[in-house]
Design a protein around this ligand. Structure first.
Ligand code: PEP
Length: 252
């Protein structure tokens, strides 16, 4: 039985002051309503310490949105996984489509980051997904297969318990367009089958696959009702407690 895993990616939003207030409000709301899912928020790097002050001993995981592909050295502007670990951050989102699109991250670069994160004892949410052009050209499966094969190259079966995959069709991110629950479920099934081919049935069955792309209170139930959709990676709607709480409590 896979436990639902709902995550909020704040992207480049929320100062430390705003993040601290948000975290207090979210924690209070979750305590009052109760939530029966694994929960995570991913603030910007500089906002993480303020959010951690509030959420440190809570059930809400505080993650990073990215990290460097080296542990230390002359990499101006980068943040090392060791720095994150030292703060108490044990989860990182890698391969987000905005990192691929705007910062040139390839499957190979992301693979290096995934291996490093695992070596440093971190859990990874690995984002995959096709562009509209790729979908329309019938390349959905080809793109997903290579993102998974290359992105997870060298990841041992024993480390797969630390990997969550987020399927995020690029055309649905921040656009208000959502993949239909059926389309999302069939992409998730393909991802699960690919992981089974590369690893084992057991690992594939235990793999948490989140859907991301304009998830909101109004569509989360239909998505989560699908057999292969185990959670959500939420961008825009995670930025207000009012919108995020009903997503976290979709099953209450
Ligand atoms: C995301 O940031 O991963 C995302 C899916 O964003 P949104 O929910 O705004 O589409």
């Amino acid at each position: 039985m896979r436990k639902a895993y709902i995550a909020g990616n704040w992207k480049m939003n929320m100062t430390a002051t705003e993040g601290r207030e948000y975290a207090k409000a979210l924690l209070a709301a979750v305590k009052e309503k109760g939530a029966d899912v694994k929960m995570m928020v991913a603030p910007p790097f500089v906002t993480i310490p303020a959010v951690l002050e509030v959420l440190k001993d809570s059930p809400i995981i505080v993650a990073a949105q990215n990290m460097a592909d080296h542990k230390s050295g002359a990499y101006t502007g980068e943040v090392s996984p060791l720095m994150l670990k030292d703060l108490g951050v044990n989860t990182v989102i890698l391969g987000h489509s905005e990192r691929r699109q705007y910062y040139g991250e390839t499957n190979e670069i992301i693979n290096g980051k995934i291996l490093l994160a695992l070596e440093c004892g971190m859990d990874v949410v690995y984002c995959v997904g096709e562009t509209l052009e790729e979908r329309e050209a019938g390349k959905l499966e080809e793109v997903l297969a290579s993102q998974i094969e290359v992105g997870l190259k060298g990841v041992d079966a024993s480390a797969m318990a630390h990997i969550t995959i987020a399927y995020e069709p690029v055309w649905a991110i921040g656009t208000g367009k959502t993949a239909s629950a059926e389309d999302a479920d069939s992409a998730h099934l393909f991802i699960r089958e690919t992981v089974e081919r590369l690893y084992s049935k057991d690992i594939a069955e235990n793999l948490i696959i989140q859907y991301g792309g304009s998830v909101k209170a109004g569509n989360v139930k239909a998505l989560m009702a699908k057999e292969n959709i185990d959670g959500a990676l939420v961008g825009g709607a995670s930025l207000s407690v009012e919108q995020f709480l009903p997503i976290l409590t979709f099953n209450k």
